[in-house]
Design a protein. Structure first.
Length: 93
């Protein structure tokens, strides 16, 4: 049985058994330019505003953490390790 990514009629590169697709080699520079224009301003913004944003959101983070701790205390101990049981328990609770 052939998967779609094995017979793809383009020059794209597929990784991770078809879960990740990259463009052809000639698209490398435009993609790098796009990523740089996204990552550099974001990094500069977060570097300059990180402490202000953290201080402003600290009460919200504390509230979310308290809610998560309260919810995890309601779930029986075996449910914390097994994903299937955890999903079933979240539907029941």
């Amino acid at each position: 049985m052939l998967r779609s990514y094995m017979v793809w009629p383009a020059r794209n590169t597929f990784c991770c058994w078809g879960h990740l697709m990259t463009g052809p080699p000639e698209d490398l520079m435009p993609n790098m330019c796009a990523w740089v224009t996204i990552v550099v301003p974001m990094t500069l913004f977060l570097y300059s505003w990180a402490t202000t944003l953290y201080d402003a959101s600290l009460p919200l983070l504390a509230f979310v953490r308290a809610c998560v701790n309260t919810e995890s205390d309601r779930v029986p101990q075996p449910c914390r390790t097994d994903v299937g049981i955890r999903l079933l328990a979240s539907c029941v609770l």
